[in-house]
Design a protein around this ligand. Sequence first.
Ligand code: 13P
Length: 252
Amino acid sequence: MRKKIVAGNWKMNTTLEAGIKLAKELDASVANANVKPEIGIIIAPPFTHLASIKQVVSEHICLAAQNCADHKSGAYTGEVSAEMLKAVGVNAVIIGHSERRSYYGDTDQVIASKIRLVLDNDMKAIFCCGETLDERNAGNHFAVVKTQMENGIFGFTADELEKIVIAYEPVWAIGTGVTASAEQAQEMHGYIRKLMTEKYGKDVSEACPILYGGSVNAKNAAELFAQPDVDGGLVGGASLDPAGFTEIIKAR
Ligand code: 13P
């Protein structure tokens, strides 16, 4: 059985004080809700909060960063390395988010370099892929995701794939309130798993969690999570509300 995961991407929200408060409230809310211990819960606060939040949340809540540098160390002003993240107790790093791809020029090659560093530092990579609305309307959504997968993660070995979680996030569903339908999500997740099976075989593909992201909320989560290839969610806006995020976790 592959891992069920609900992850919250806080993006560039909350000051340190507000972030610590949010993390503590979520921790308490999850404990009160008797969430099944086998459900993986991940939060991805901003860089500045990671070390402090690590100190205040229980073991059940894993910590992710939203990005890392594509170089190991050295003269890269403003960057944060995978090694630095590991050293403050980070468990996973989101790589290839569409906001990084479109606003900061993260190419498939840069993304592959970042994943290499995340894995070398013994953390998990949450690899994001997904098409824009224009690409979907042109009927290119499968081809776009296939290319992102090939360039982003297919250079890794089957063993390394065990440390990669995939997040399908259609760009048109991110922050728009327009979620993919359960059928659209399942269709793409099934396709992603088929690509994984062709490349790595059934054992690897069946073990790989594929999360859906894009306007997930407490109302639509259960239907999305009921799809056979949707193993959980990568939640943006709705992860900033501890009670609502707990409802999403409970839907998993
Ligand atoms: P929203 O849930 O706000 O649409 O964001 C999704 C996302 O980008 C998570 O990484």
